[in-house]
Design a binder for this molecule. Sequence first.
Ligand SMILES: *Cc1c(COP(=O)(O)O)cnc(C)c1O
Length: 355
Amino acid sequence: MRPIQARISIGAMAHNLRVARSHAGDARLFAVVKANAYGHGLSRARRALAAADGFAVLTLEEAANLRLMGVEQPIVLLEGLFGADEIAACVELDLWPVLHRPAQLDWLQQQPPARPLQVFLKFDTGMHRLGFPLADHAAVVARTKRLAGVAGITLMTHFAQADEAAGVAWQLRPFLEELSAHGLPWSSANSAALLRYPESRGAWARPGLMLYGASPFAETTADQLGLRPAMTLRSEIIGVQQLRAGEGVGYGQLFRADRPTAVGVVACGYADGYPRHAPTGTPVLVDGRVSRTLGRVSMDMLCVDLSDCPGAGVGSPVVLWGEGMPVDAVATAAGTSSYELLCALAARVPVEETD
Ligand SMILES: *Cc1c(COP(=O)(O)O)cnc(C)c1O
């Protein structure tokens, strides 16, 4: 069998939820499990995160699956209704849609749900992606309150720079100033805000990334935040090459040896979800030692430097990311984010679930 495997730890996710809880004060937690729980598997995540107060997903299908799995907590649809035809399912599955544009209010007015729904009312405070303009809040809240199909409103916004030096105050202050008069519960915090800005907790926080054991911050590691990696992508060396000085390796011969170099060929490529644009020098754990990739990542293989791994050969274990090799370090070297790497784990990679 091809030796690649993703080990996904239920215990690590449960631990990371406890870390989220320790930052949440009185706020309740929506565990964000969109994108197949950031690549970890929806069913697995819902078991690991069963102690969450709710779950947040993108699609009706994900929500329906969670209900089939027995989830009884609230489920929020982060992008809300994509059409009026989704209202009935929200009633049936008891979902909380996010309302972020006028058409969604029109749908609820024209086709009132059989039972009133809890909704999140999303305001744009600077991200400029989804949400009603903050300046329209008086009219939007008043209209939503008048809808017979709405049982309760939680105000919501999303931060653009919670993980950066710019922080959340420039969005949170106007959000709270403008909306406090309505006296409604509110929700703003993603992982970065929950970890760094207690004033952003509100009634509901919405952590995602941290539950999977990655850090939202460039300058703080997941380990420093007390998080444990939930996914370890591992494989083995399936071939060894001895390069002479001047010889290259892989497509484009992007790496050329300046001295005799032992190269390990690893059974992992971009069709497994490893980033093709990871350059020579991307960190990788080979036989328990930190080494580096060499040359271009291929579809099914990549090459690693064995210079400082004297005992390594065919069959030696390789950790692409996870335990012993932070996914954040790989992401940084590859010019991307841990979000993208975790979500991109390919369906062809066998998963082994661990405690
Ligand atoms: C994905 C998402 C989150 C979770 O963000 P993390 O950075 O992964 O914690 C929270 N809120 C909304 C609206 C999202 O789309």
